[in-house]
Design a protein around this ligand. Structure first.
Ligand code: SF4
Length: 167
C-alpha cells in the first residue's frame, strides 16, 4: 500500500551527484507531473518534500508546506547547504513538520551546513562507503540515532507515489 507521497518541487539542484536517483530511467518513469491543486492528499499519511534541492526556491517550499493539510506528516529532503537560521525557525514552528533528512555527499559538506539544523528532528543520510569517515570526522553531530546509511542505487520506494510539481 502506498502511504507516502514523494513530492518533487523541481529537479533543479545546487549539487550534481552522478548517482542521483532522479537520473535513473526506472525512477523517472514513475514521476507523474501535476499541479498542486490536482494532488489528492487524502490518499497519503506522509508527504516527503524533495527535489532537486527544495531550498533553491524557498517561497515555493513554504507555500507548499502551508497548503498541505495539517493532518499529514511532512518530511523534508535536502542537501542542507542552503538552510538559513530563519528556515530552522520556521520549520520548528510547523506542527506537522516531522523531520529533516539531510543527504550528505562529501565529507566537508557538514561543515558547510548551518549547525542550527540540529535543533530540528534531523537525520543525516550518507552512502555506506562514506559512513566510517563521517562518523570519525563529526563524532559530536553523528550518532546511530540520527543517521541513515544507504547503498548505491537504492532508489526503489514501493510505498511511495512520485509526483513532480507542475508550476
Ligand atoms: S543533492 Fe540530492 S537531488 Fe541534488 S544531485 Fe545530489 S542526490 Fe540529486
Amino acid at each position: 500500500m502506498k502511504d507516502t507521497l514523494r513530492l518533487l518541487l523541481s529537479l533543479s539542484c545546487n549539487l550534481n551527484c552522478e548517482y542521483c536517483c532522479n537520473r535513473i530511467p526506472e525512477v523517472k518513469k514513475r514521476f507523474r507531473e501535476m499541479p498542486f491543486g490536482d494532488i489528492d492528499f487524502s490518499r497519503y499519511q506522509n508527504i516527503c518534500l524533495t527535489g532537486g534541492e527544495p531550498f533553491m526556491d524557498r517561497l515555493l517550499l513554504y507555500a507548499v508546506i502551508r497548503a498541505i493539510p495539517e493532518s499529514k506528516n511532512i518530511y523534508l529532503y535536502t542537501n542542507g547547504l542552503l538552510i538559513m537560521n530563519v528556515d530552522v525557525y520556521f520549520l520548528g514552528r510547523i506542527p506537522n513538520f516531522k523531520g529533516l533528512n539531510i543527504g550528505l555527499h562529501y565529507l566537508e559538506q557538514l561543515e558547510q551546513i548551518n549547525g542550527q539544523v540540529d535543533r530540528l528532528n534531523v537525520r543525516y543520510a550518507m552512502r555506506d562507503t562514506l559512513a566510517a569517515d563521517f562518523f570519525a570526522a563529526y563524532p559530536g553531530r553523528m550518532n546511530k540515532n540520527n543517521t541513515k546509511i544507504w547503498k548505491m542505487n537504492e532508489c526503489d520506494t514501493p510505498n511511495e507515489d512520485l509526483v513532480l510539481l507542475q508550476i
